[in-house]
Design a binder for this molecule. Structure first.
Ligand code: 8DG
Ligand code: MG
Ligand code: MG
Length: 142
């Protein structure tokens, strides 16, 4: 086909924590369609992880997050998806106040944002997130 040679890309995604819950949205995408995922997107040229996290959260939910911190990074090769891709995914964390109400600002990419209790996560989770949860990763105690 005429596509350029695929390359790994860098994604920054954010655990937005509120009490014992976190923010997830169901994806509308050729990658992980109809699975629940964190807000986030592609690292742009010149950005820090923190800047990317704040920008993506603002673009996708309208929320203003303050500082965020680096949690971990995973390598995600997704060749079985309708759009084959490979992401090095940076996971950030930010804690938000009780009054925060997310808006679905990109309804073509997401069915809507909701807070989910950590002990009652929705299914199916997006592959990269599913693997972390199954592996015992906990964003509240990291
Ligand atoms: P952008 O144009 O705003 O930069 O990109 P986007 O439309 O917001 O991209 P995205 O698909 O939301 O995120 C980019 C990639 O990040 C996604 O295709 C795969 C990777 N990724 C993970 N885990 C997660 C996750 O939990 N949430 C999101 N949104 N992306 C994730 O590996
Ligand atoms: Mg985005
Ligand atoms: Mg996104």
């Amino acid at each position: 086909n005429g596509d350029p040679t695929p390359v790994p890309r860098v994604a920054v995604v954010i655990f937005l924590l509120k009490g014992r819950s976190l923010l997830l949205g169901r994806r509308r995408s050729a990658v992980g369609n109809a699975t629940y995922a964190l807000p986030g997107g592609h690292l742009e040229f010149g950005e820090s992880f923190e800047e990317c996290a704040a920008r993506e959260v603002k673009e996708e939910t309208g929320l203003d997050i303050g500082k965020s911190e680096f949690l971990t990074v995973t390598n995600n090769v997704m060749l079985e998806q309708p759009k084959k891709c490979h992401y090095v995914t940076i996971f950030m964390r930010s804690v938000v106040g009780e009054e925060q109400v997310p808006q679905n600002l990109e309804p073509n990419k997401c069915d809507g944002w909701e807070w989910y209790d950590w002990d009652h996560l929705p299914h199916p989770l997006f592959g990269p997130l599913e693997r972390m949860v199954k592996g015992g990763f906990n964003p509240f105690s990291s």
